[in-house]
Ligand binder design. Structure first.
Ligand code: TRP
Length: 472
């Protein structure tokens, strides 16, 4: 395989910067907002075990593969596939589309989180019994959540417009370690509450009677979402990585950090949740309703902890949405020859419009349905349940069956200079095991979507992309 010549490809300023940015992409709303409510809804411990298995056998292998494809080609998602095989351009294009769609709802939740930093100290916690209603009223309002979403999106725009080393990397270096410290702080408070052990039991003692097919689907989907896989995000980040770095160990570090933060989020939330006798099955409102309630009941120091928590959540969300935006911007730079700034402005504007629709679909536009669901759910379900899984499966098939084994080995061992003892195991997983697991789970997942028309729409989009991919 010929390595593609790219003039003056930007590079990460340092190994630490890359790790923080990649871990920053992985660690996000997926870990702190989504993981606890999925674990809560799916029985706690049993979900955790299945989730960890998915991370180890599917997620880690795909992350190594994405890094390898990105650095080998030196190109972002679309270009990386295209440079190897024109017929595969659509797999990259699907990734860019997923990035667009995830950014059609992610900044809405990011905006809620930002808003809660301020709401924590402006009276929300004064009336603990009204926190649930206050959340409902806030997200269904027609202008307030839009303002926060736009501020959140604007922060993304400013950082991405500055480019890789200047913006994303600097932000990640400061924000990621901050997040760690903040979470440790909250865990100490949570596990020291009387009655906290029930939460620990819930999280670490699997009750297998609660496991259904849905639990497995939720766990696999979550492992993709939380590791930023299946849409070329880690391909893009890998393309900026220096030839000196070892890919498997970097992938292991990022995966390990991401899993650690999810566990930390669980440790921060469940002990306190059980200590106060609340329900773990509250769904997506878990973080925004339960956590402030917990802190409100703590009295004096509660609002401070609440501020700390939502700063951490906003920070985590930000480093992830930066990566999502970067995938789209990198596509426009690499494939359409645009300059970084205009590419960022155009991308942000389109995302802004999608987010306005998503946010309004909580209230004002609740009656407007696309294929049976509101805008927010449309973007969420389409990416989560269809595009990411199929994107991951396509990547595994592409790497396992359309790239040369020697080239992969060369890339993963830095031309034979470093050891990767598990290469054969990884190759077998990627080539045979991962595609089959994802195919089975994806088919079950797609079939499980209640909105049949949305499912058909998603598949039609993928087929249309496949047909028109040569033009991209
Ligand atoms: N992993 C992030 C989270 O847990 C979200 C995210 C960022 C993502 N980039 C991605 C998800 C790429 C899928 C694909 O919040």
């Amino acid at each position: 395989m010929q390595q593609v010549e790219k003039k003056q490809r930007e590079n990460w300023g340092s190994r630490f910067g890359f790790l923080m940015a990649a871990a920053g992409s992985a660690v996000g709303l997926g870990n702190i907002w989504r993981f606890p409510y999925l674990a809560g809804e799916n029985g706690g411990g049993a979900f955790l075990v299945i989730y960890l298995l998915c991370i180890l056998f599917v997620g880690l292998s795909i992350m190594i593969a994405e890094f390898a494809v990105g650095r080998r080609t030196g190109l972002a998602a679309v270009g990386a596939f295209k440079s190897q095989n024109k017929n595969w351009t659509f797999a990259g294009a699907l990734g860019v589309l997923s990035g667009f769609f995830i950014m059609g709802f992610y900044p809405v939740v990011g905006g809620w989180s930002l808003a809660y930093v301020f709401k924590s100290v402006t009276g929300l916690l004064a009336a603990p019994e009204a926190i649930g209603d206050a959340f409902g009223a806030f997200i269904t309002a027609s202008s307030e959540p839009l303002v926060w979403m736009i501020i959140y999106l604007a922060i993304n725009l400013v950082i991405v417009a500055k480019g890789i080393a200047g913006g994303i990397e600097k932000a990640g270096k400061v924000l990621m370690p901050t997040l760690f410290v903040l979470l440790i702080f909250i865990i100490f408070r949570s596990v020291s509450l009387p009655g906290a052990s029930a939460g620990l039991n819930f999280l670490f003692k699997p009750d297998w009677s609660l496991v259904t097919g849905q639990t497995v689907l939720a766990a696999l989907g979550q492992s993709f979402f939380t590791l930023s896989l299946g849409m070329g995000c880690m391909i893009t980040y890998g393309s900026y990585l220096s030839k000196k770095e070892e890919l498997p160990s970097n992938a292991l570090t990022v995966t390990g950090l991401d899993t650690l933060v999810a566990l930390m989020a669980g440790l921060a939330i469940f002990p306190a949740l059980f200590a106060f006798g609340m329900e773990p099955t509250q769904g997506p409102g878990l973080v925004f309703v339960v956590v402030p309630t917990i802190f409100a009941q703590m009295g004096g120091i509660g609002p401070l902890f609440s501020v700390i928590f939502f700063v951490a959540l906003t920070v985590a969300a930000l480093t992830s949405s930066l990566s999502l935006m970067e995938v789209v911007v990198a596509y426009m730079i690499d494939e359409k020859g645009m300059a970084r700034k205009p590419a960022t402005y155009i991308t942000s504007a389109i995302m802004g419009v999608m987010c306005i629709l998503s946010s309004l679909s909580m209230g004002t536009l609740a009656g407007v349905k696309l294929f049976g669901v509101g805008f927010f759910d449309f973007f969420d379900i389409l990416t989560d349940k269809i595009f990411l899984a199929i994107g991951g499966m396509l990547l595994a098939i592409f790497v396992g069956w359309f790239m040369k084994k020697e080239d992969l080995k060369d890339e993963l061992t830095n031309g034979g200079t470093v050891a990767f003892g598990l290469f054969e195991l990884w190759y077998t997983l990627i080539k045979y095991v991962v595609p089959v697991i994802i195919a089975v789970v994806a088919i079950m997942g797609i079939a499980a979507i209640e909105q049949t028309s949305l499912m058909i729409f998603g598949i039609v989009i993928i087929l249309v992309l496949a047909v028109f991919s040569k033009k991209l």
